[in-house]
Write a protein of this length. Structure first.
Length: 221
């Protein structure tokens, strides 16, 4: 029982330290992971907006005929596994065209506010999306804003996998440190007990101490 209490003096602080480290590390890991993916999605959105700018400019110049062309273009582009929906906002803030999957509850002003926020995250009935708003320009300058809704479900899945890996790593590290601590504590305890027994037998007082009790020599002196 005494030796168990001796071990708990080492194990309890270790467990508490690992719990605190996990509690602080997991939210930080989630924020860093989300920031990385958000940056990648923004870069990807810029590429999509640049690739579609010419087609959008030509369709806008055609009027109603170009509207049908834009609808088909947005629907095809939104078939990408990372892209949920596409919308086109005029310079005066009106939603002039969008893909079939574009949420009816989202307007241009709300999309602009969410895209300008730090997280750029919007919760929809189908799941969380990241809202990006990108300029559409032609030779005469800016003609519209392209709203891109990126799927965040794959980010949530990857973040969950990363959290699970980190939890397993912390648990394995804690178990390894605990085993090393128990072994070292047990060896130290046995060495101390053996040394005290040597002193009680008179070793170091009336005759030289045994080789395995040499660490007790200062106490014997």
């Amino acid at each position: 029982m005494k030796f168990l209490n001796f071990q708990l003096r080492f194990l309890v602080p270790l467990v508490l330290t690992l719990v605190v480290a996990g509690s602080l590390g997991l939210p930080l890991l989630d924020r860093v992971t989300l920031r990385w993916f958000s940056r990648d999605l923004n870069s990807r959105g810029n590429l999509v907006a640049t690739a579609l700018s010419d087609s959008i400019g030509e369709a806008v110049a055609q009027g109603d005929a170009g509207g049908r062309r834009l609808s088909a273009l947005f629907t095809r582009s939104a078939n990408d596994e990372r892209l949920v929906a596409i919308g086109l906002c005029s310079l005066d803030g009106k939603l002039v065209q969008h893909s079939d999957s574009f949420p009816s509850t989202l307007d241009c002003s709300t999309a602009r506010e969410v895209a300008a926020s730090r997280s750029q995250r919007l919760r929809l009935p189908g799941g969380a999306v990241q809202v990006g708003m990108h300029d559409v320009s032609n030779e005469s300058g800016k003609i519209a804003d392209l709203v891109l809704l990126h799927d965040l479900s794959f980010i949530d899945r990857r973040s969950e996998d990363t959290r699970n890996y980190l939890i397993v790593f912390i648990a394995a590290l804690g178990l390894t440190i605990a085993l090393i601590t128990i072994i070292v504590a047990r060896l130290s305890w046995y060495g101390w007990v053996a040394g005290m027994r040597s002193l009680l037998r008179g070793e170091g007082l009336f005759r030289p101490m045994a080789g395995d009790s040499a660490e007790m020599a200062p106490l014997a002196a």
